[in-house]
Design a protein. Structure first.
Length: 174
């Protein structure tokens, strides 16, 4: 197995891992927040999808899919697309469901982002993986960004688990 294949498999493993924690939520609860918990399910799905699409751009040089995202001021999302400003780094999740895609659509956008990112990594060269990139005040090889994003997805899956507990939803892992 090549490095590209292995890293792609890491990315794809976050797809089913993450979505399993979303199961049980519905359109009516996709923007439900709990006291002292920062994010709701729709925001987590959109945020992780946006982050993976932005990372995929480093490899495939394609823009964000317009079918999944609209560039706006944080209020232009709808039942089929995320507004990039409503799910970007440092954004604040809003409770209004009309600003987020339906739950099924949000899951589809997340899954498509995983697929795109995995394919972009699979098709890249070793030289590209080893390229040094700036990252929060330091430099690191691009391949480590891939692993960081897998961890990032896991961190937000953990937020959904906390939300599930707070809302007294059934356990996913038994």
């Amino acid at each position: 197995m090549t490095r590209q294949e292995m890293l792609s498999e890491y990315i794809l493993s976050t797809k089913s891992f993450f979505v399993r924690f979303v199961n049980g939520f519905e359109d009516s609860t996709r923007t439900t927040q709990a006291e002292n918990l920062p994010n709701h399910v729709a925001w987590c799905l959109g945020h992780c999808a946006l982050t993976m699409n932005r990372a995929a751009e480093r490899f495939d040089h394609k823009p964000l899919p317009e079918i999944d995202f609209v560039m706006g001021d944080g209020t232009n999302g709808d039942s089929s697309r995320f507004d990039t400003e409503s799910v970007c780094f440092d954004s604040t999740p809003k409770p209004d469901p009309s600003n987020y895609p339906t739950l099924q659509r949000a899951k589809g956008i997340y899954e498509a982002a995983c697929d795109r990112f995995a394919q972009a990594v699979r098709n890249t060269s070793d030289a590209k993986l080893d390229e040094m990139i700036p990252f929060h005040g330091s430099e690191l090889p691009l391949y480590t960004l891939i692993m960081r994003l897998c961890f990032h997805n896991g961190a937000h899956a953990g937020q959904i688990l906390d939300l599930r507990r707070s809302l007294n939803m059934p356990r996913v892992i038994k």
